[in-house]
Write a protein that binds this ligand. Structure first.
Ligand code: K7E
Ligand code: CUA
Length: 669
């Protein structure tokens, strides 16, 4: 302790590391002015830590000093966590976990308050689903540029889409797809966020019906749902949403056209062989059945035309949603196919909207389709043939601008501000940079194992920022301190400002397999610091909001309603007495208004926890079915007297029935 006080903790470490005590004191005196901890100089520090000049440069480019802010924000898919991670760039610090499909107790999300209603809207066929497989977060756009207002994410496992409001970074809506049994090509927005596109992945009878696999070709289908987004309300309007029936190929990633290709959408597919597996009966597994053909099909959708046809009544209704049938789409030029090589995966429209880039997982190329050529071929009805479902097919070689020699296993492509594209190459574990102009690879940078998606700063907009690319790697062996057999994923921040790409840092992602992510400039976000008083989880001022002085307890029809306020550091009321079996309805408003003055509310045993940010209101309902004394308290260390911010729920045993005293005596011993 004396040593510590004398020389400071940094120097103490150096002392323990073998330098003599006297030497330490001398060093300390010398460095008073430069304040480099135990080091005489930066060089000294670099030597002590084994850092190269490049390491130091990377550190200087990514270090965000205490009190300073990050310049960009990543909204990263939370994968199997069902939620979204928010990460600052360049620091790569985790800023927030947003509860979306999965209850997130930190945010009081899904633990007895109003958020339970939002989660309940995501039930499929009456089944509660408390997790999700989140793949593709997409930011809302205005004229093809991120506007910082909303975020949409899809749940691949259960075919759902969620809307997150970026004013408060909270989920406001979950819509369950009534037609599909899984999704993947979503949630992609059109350039003004008129629609959020959600495309099915694994074919199944539309409307979640049954049909045997022997009727695969006749009864199984894919589907693209165009969820209409009402920006004013900040919600998807299910009544104005519609869908396009797709053939039973396995539709994969999708992207919306922009600028030149605005009004169009592109969805790729694999398993155009329509393999259905059957491994127990010695049939080939789907993986080999689906890899027989050299080509699968890129789906080219004229969604503006589809919208017109739906409005003209050409859709059929399935499970309450208008669906444009394959026959109409094929005949009217809404849906056209073109070949795409070897197990395609990524499908990305270039910033100018002129090209569509597709990566084939078992290919060595990225294929670049020219929208101008595609459109002309469709207009002139120059088709090479039709598929089994009557859909016209364009000639591959007439539709492409060219192919880029990339490396083995290209997946996804993002863009910068200088005319370059960056493709993730899964099998080779590299990021390949190539020129959009002449379709030549100019550089590859080795990333850690098996990169999946890739993201770039404002990369899906009409005007990407350049600056950074992030490699989203599936594996992290040898990379971090061991944490058991389940490894974190690894985000690698790559500097793309110079002549050569440079890896700046590794960021372990310990709670998710992030598939896709998007990066936005933070100055586009307009977050609030407190809610208008009495705001509930759905963003409305709640009819049961409570003002200071109006707290009360009332009984009616076997229910006990408690109108309660929370403010540093007490709840009013703080004593609630009920009878066993009574339904308890708590209406709690935080009457705080100061920034960052959050309370929480929990109660023993009833699985309740809500977060009460300033102005927030929550309604909590449960049946007090077991007699006892249940402390409730604030779950956020809000003040010096936070621990005193508590109260009691007293549940009195039911009056013993007068007619059965003997029985009670027996069981009571
Ligand atoms: Cu993992 Cu976009 Cu679902 Cu590729 S997807 S990696
Ligand atoms: Cu309020 Cu702790």
């Amino acid at each position: 302790m004396r040593l510590h006080t004398l020389v400071g903790s940094g120097l103490l470490l150096a002392c323990l590391g073998g330098v003599s005590y006297a030497g330490c004191v001398n060093q300390h005196e010398q460095q008073q002015k430069v304040d480099l901890g135990a080091s005489q100089s930066v060089k000294d520090l670099m030597a002590a830590r084994g850092l190269t000049d490049a390491d130091v440069e990377a550190a200087l480019k990514t270090y965000v000093p205490p009190g300073k802010h990050d310049e960009y924000m990543i909204f990263a898919s939370g994968g199997q966590s069902g939620n979204v991670n928010v990460i600052g760039v360049p620091s790569m610090r985790l800023l927030k976990v947003i509860g979306v499909f999965t209850p997130e107790s930190w945010q009081g999300w899904g633990f007895g308050g109003d958020s339970n209603k939002i989660l309940a809207d995501g039930h499929q066929a009456g089944h509660e689903i408390s997790w999700a497989d989140v793949h593709h977060p997409n930011l809302s756009e205005t004229k093809g540029d991120y506007d910082g207002e909303f975020l949409f994410v899809n749940d691949k496992a259960n075919a759902r889409v969620a809307v997150v409001d970026l004013k408060d970074f909270a989920t406001k809506q979950i819509v369950a797809n009534p037609l599909a049994a899984s999704d993947h090509g979503g949630a992609f927005v059109t350039p003004n966020t008129d629609y959020v596109i959600e495309t099915s992945q694994y074919p199944a009878p539309l409307g979640r019906d049954y049909a045997p696999l022997s009727e695969f070709k006749e009864k199984y289908r894919g589907v693209a749902v165009f969820w209409k987004f009402d920006r004013q309300k900040g919600r998807i309007d299910k009544t104005q949403s519609w869908a396009i029936e797709l053939p039973p190929y396995t539709q994969d990633l999708a992207d919306a056209g922009k600028l030149d290709s605005d009004g169009w959408a592109f969805i790729n597919s694999f398993n155009s062989e329509m393999a259905t597996g059957g491994t127990l009966d010695k049939k080939p597994p789907i993986e080999s059945g689906a890899s027989q053909n050299d080509m699968d099909y890129l789906h080219i959708i004229n969604w503006r035309k589809a919208e017109e046809l739906i409005k003209a009544g050409k859709g059929t209704e399935i499970k309450g949603m208008k669906v444009l049938p394959l026959s109409v789409s094929g005949a009217e030029g809404v849906l056209t196919l073109v070949g795409e090589p070897k197990s395609p995966h990524g499908c990305d429209v270039t910033p100018d909207g002129k090209d569509i880039v597709v990566g084939g997982k078992l290919d060595t190329h990225a294929t670049v389709y020219s929208f101008e050529k595609v459109k002309k071929l469709i207009e002139e009805k120059k088709f090479e043939g039709k598929d089994d479902f009557g859909l016209p097919i364009l000639s591959f070689k007439d539709a492409i601008r060219g192919q880029v020699e990339i490396g083995l296993g290209p997946l996804h492509t993002v863009f910068d501000d200088k005319g370059y594209a960056y493709t993730s190459v899964f099998l080779e574990s590299v990021v390949a940079k190539w020129s959009l102009k002449d379709l030549k690879t100019v550089e590859k940078v080795k990333v850690h194992y098996n990169i999946g998606h890739i993201l770039s700063a404002e990369g899906d907009t009409v005007s990407p920022d350049g600056r950074y690319v992030v490699a989203m790697n599936k594996m992290s062996m040898d990379r971090f301190t061991g944490v058991g057999p389940l490894y974190p994923q690894n985000f690698q921040l790559v500097d793309i400002t110079g002549e050569q790409m440079r890896i700046l840092s590794d960021a372990p992602i310990g709670n998710a397999e992030p598939h896709y992510s998007q990066m936005i400039k933070v100055d586009k976000l307009k977050t609030i610091k407190a809610y208008p008083p009495g705001t509930n989880a759905e963003g409305q001022v709640d009819e049961n909001r409570v003002e200071g002085g109006k707290e009360r307890i009332e009984r009616k029809d076997g229910e006990v309603h408690v109108w309660m306020t929370a403010i540093r550091s007490h709840f009013t009321p703080d004593i609630i007495e009920v009878e066993q079996g009574e339904k308890v309805v708590l209406h709690i408003t935080s009457v705080e208004s100061g920034e960052d003055q959050t309370h929480g509310f929990t109660i023993d045993m009833y699985n309740v926890n809500v977060s009460l940010e300033p102005g927030k209101h929550e309604n909590i309902t449960f049946v007090a079915d077991a007699p006892g004394v249940y402390p409730f308290y604030c779950t956020e260390f809000c003040s010096a007297l936070h621990l005193e911010m508590q109260g009691w729920l007293l549940v009195k045993p039911k009056e013993k029935s007068a007619s059965a005293p003997e029985a009670d005596k027996k069981t009571g011993g």
